[in-house]
Design a protein around this ligand. Sequence first.
Ligand code: NAD
Ligand code: UDP
Ligand code: UDP
Length: 314
Amino acid sequence: MTDRRVLVTGGAGFIGSHLVERLLERGDEVLVVDNFYSGTRSNLHHLLANPAFELVRHDVTFPLYVEIDEIFHLACPASPVYYQRDPVQTTKTSVHGSINMLGLAKRTGAKILLASTSEVYGDPEVHPQPESYWGNVNPIGVRSCYDEGKRCAETLFFDYRRQHDLPIKVARIFNTYGPRMRPDDGRVVSNFIVLALRGEPITIFGDGTQTRSFCYVDDLVAGLIGLMESDPSFTGPVNLGNTGEFTMLELAELVVELTGSSSPIVHQPLPQDDPTRRRPDISLAKERLGWEPTTRLEEGLRRTIEHFRTAVGA
Ligand code: NAD
Ligand code: UDP
Ligand code: UDP
């Protein structure tokens, strides 16, 4: 045991559930609060018997009074399908949720980390994206509830630092994938794998030339923990992501190959404000955290495909 009491908001989600496993493994006491909007109790089912673990249904837009030492603030739906289903709640989650968790950190003196996103760069005009780039975000589009919500959350973190001297850490996470994404999550990796395993047409939005950089979840979690443990003077924001850049067409072809699927590829309309390209500049994470991803896309996809074979029974 480490004596450390750690709160993980959104811990029943995809990234959160992997993070909780790592924290328990190193001996922390872990409290998860989650409203199960896009996460599930089943993601944590195997941990419920652990006496160092506690799970509470709670919406972070409401105040929370607990005694803790560290907060990983992850609560927020991350898939466009989920965050656009109730966009006002998405903004409330990022803004009110961050205010409450910062208020909690202020009262308890806890160190607090924000799971921010590469979406703060919007449809980037600078490529690859360094942390110094201010981004190109549409403030009134369908993605804004998520993008602007996270941008405002970052503002709140830095203002609580300046005004109240809070120990903050801000991670800008790029597209992350792996086991425990929901089959209906809606993000591209889970969609392509589920469709391929079911032998259904693989849906590429637009012409498939848009790019993303995909980080395997274990690498990402190591980065989040490394950031929390970093020198107190280091607040970030820091990019966490894999620098391998792929078109959606390349991703679809790789998924078809690795699943041995006979699914055809079909094209559907490109959603509004879909970023055309994205790749992190991770020099800062390498320098300050000694961190970089080690899992190649093909290897990470193999492990993710294994998970989905069981999850969708294909
Ligand atoms: P996820 O949707 O699987 O997990 C989010 C969790 O937050 C879910 O369990 C959900 O139920 C919970 N939640 C949502 N609103 C809440 C509220 N108001 N109160 C309490 N709980 C709430 O998504 P994920 O991929 O695990 O993402 C986790 C975090 O990382 C999010 O903050 C997301 O913005 C950030 N992030 C993820 C990615 C990625 O590619 N996965 C990329 C950038 C940033
Ligand atoms: N808050 C919370 N838990 C705490 C302390 C505060 O949820 O342990 C919430 C509280 O409801 C408040 C918010 O965090 O609305 C911001 O707190 P802060 O102390 O910064 O502001 P104030 O209470 O002065 O508005
Ligand atoms: N995408 C796709 N088919 C799908 C789901 C997504 O072609 O079934 C595309 C989407 O338009 C985007 C990219 O894949 O260009 C990544 O989408 P995702 O929702 O995973 O993440 P984000 O756009 O938030 O980076």
